[in-house]
Design a protein around this ligand. Structure first.
Ligand code: HMG
Ligand code: MG
Length: 303
C-alpha cells in the first residue's frame, strides 16, 4: 500500500454544522485557510441548505467566495435541491455534493422526503451541473446503520450508489453517519458497492462514535479504496442523527497513513494547529488522539 490517498477535509461543514457554539463567518474562513495552508487538497466549506434547518451553515456563500482563490485546491459545498444549486452557483461553486440516505428514516428526518424522492430531486441538479461543467459528489448516509431504522442491508446502499453513479456523480461517499460499523462490515459493504462502480471512486466517510473508524478505514484501504473523508479535530456530527459524534479526526488518519508510507500532501503539525485553533474558538479540545499526543510532546520538549 505505497500509493496516495485523497483526503476530503469535511471539518468546516460536517464538523461545524453540529457545534452548539456559534462560530462567525470570519472564523470559518480562517479555519479553511489554515487547512489549505496545511496542504489539504479538498475542503468541504459549507452547505446551501435551509438556514432554519442548519443555522450553523448560514452564509456559506460568504465562506466559499472568501476562500475560492486557491487554484490548486478544491472546495465543496452541500446542495439538497435546485434552490441550493442556484445559490451555490451564484457563489461560484465548482464542485457540489448531493446527499441521499440508504435508510428511509434518516432520509425523512434529514431532508424531509423518501430516498426515491431525493433521487428524483437530484436529477435536475445533476443535469444542470453537467451542463454547467460543475462536478457532483454523491453522499449516502447511514450505510452501516440508521438511528431510526436500525440495521441497513448492503443491498440498500448498493441501490443508491448505483443510482448516483449512473446519474453522473464522479464519486460516491459512503457515510457511516452514526459510526456503528466495524471492519468486517465496512469491508463487505465496499466490496458490494464496488460491484456497481469503481472502487477508486468510492469515498469512505466514517464517523467515530464507537471508536471504529480507523479500523474500518484500514479495511477499506486493503480493499483498494483511496478516498477518505475526515474532519480536523474530529469535529461535529449530524444534527439529524441523534447520538452521532464527529467524523474520524483528520490528524489520526494522516498519522496512520504517514506510518504506512501513503502520501496525502498534508502537514500533520500544521493540521493539528488548525484544529486546536478552531476548537479553542468553540470552547472544546480536539477529539483526536494524535492531536493530544502531539500537544503533550510539544509540552514535554518545550516545542
Ligand atoms: P423542506 O421543508 O422539505 O423544503 O426541506 P421546502 O422546499 O418545503 O422548503 C421549506 C423552506 O426551506 C422554505 O423556506 C424554502 O425556501 C427553504 P420558508 O418558506 O419556510 O421560509 N429552502 C431552502 N433554503 C435555503 N437553501 C435551500 C432551501 N431549500 C428549501 N437549498 C430541505 C428540505 C432539504 C431544504 C431541508 O430539509 C434542509 O435544509 N435540511 C438540512 C439537511 C442538512 O443539511 N443535513 C445535514 C447534512 S447531511 C449529513 O451531515 C450527512 C453526511 O455528512 C454524510 C454522513 O455522515 O452520513 C453528508
Ligand atoms: Mg457526516
Amino acid at each position: 500500500m505505497s500509493d496516495a490517498v485523497r483526503i476530503v477535509e469535511v471539518g468546516p461543514r460536517d464538523g461545524l454544522q453540529n457545534e452548539k457554539t456559534p462560530i462567525g463567518v470570519e472564523d470559518r474562513v480562517a479555519f479553511v485557510e489554515a487547512l489549505v495552508a496545511a496542504g489539504c487538497p479538498v475542503v468541504e466549506v459549507g452547505s446551501f441548505v435551509s438556514p432554519k434547518a442548519v443555522p450553523q451553515m448560514a452564509n456559506s456563500d460568504v465562506v466559499l467566495r472568501a476562500v475560492d482563490h486557491h487554484p490548486d485546491h478544491e472546495f465543496h459545498v452541500l446542495v439538497p435541491n435546485e434552490k441550493g444549486y442556484d445559490a451555490a452557483r451564484a457563489a461560484g461553486a465548482k464542485v457540489i455534493a448531493v446527499f441521499a440516505s440508504a435508510s428511509e428514516g434518516f432520509s425523512r428526518a434529514n431532508i424531509n422526503c423518501s430516498v426515491a424522492e431525493s433521487l428524483e430531486r437530484f436529477k435536475p441538479v445533476l443535469a444542470r451541473a453537467k451542463a454547467d461543467g460543475v462536478k457532483v459528489r454523491g453522499y449516502i448516509s447511514c450505510v452501516l446503520g440508521c438511528p431510526f431504522d436500525g440495521e441497513v442491508a448492503p443491498a440498500a446502499v448498493v441501490r443508491v450508489a448505483d443510482a448516483l453513479w449512473r446519474e453522473g456523480c464522479y464519486e460516491v461517499s459512503l457515510g457511516d453517519t452514526i459510526g456503528v460499523g466495524t471492519a468486517t462490515k465496512a469491508r463487505e459493504l465496499l466490496r458490494a458497492v464496488a460491484g456497481v462502480m469503481p472502487m477508486q471512486n468510492i469515498g469512505m466517510h466514517f464517523h467515530d462514535t464507537y471508536g471504529q473508524a480507523l479500523a474500518n478505514l484500514y479495511a477499506g484501504l486493503e480493499e483498494g479504496a483511496r478516498v477518505i473523508d475526515a474532519a480536523a479535530g474530529g469535529l461535529g456530527g449530524c444534527p439529524y442523527a441523534p447520538g452521532a459524534t464527529g467524523n474520524v479526526a483528520t490528524e489520526d488518519v494522516v498519522y496512520m497513513l504517514n506510518g504506512m508510507g501513503i502520501a496525502t500532501g498534508i502537514d500533520l503539525d500544521k493540521l493539528a494547529a488548525a484544529s486546536r485553533e478552531v476548537c479553542a474558538k468553540i470552547g472544546r479540545v480536539p477529539v483526536a488522539r494524535v492531536n493530544a499526543a502531539l500537544a503533550a510532546k510539544a509540552r514535554r520538549t518545550g516545542g
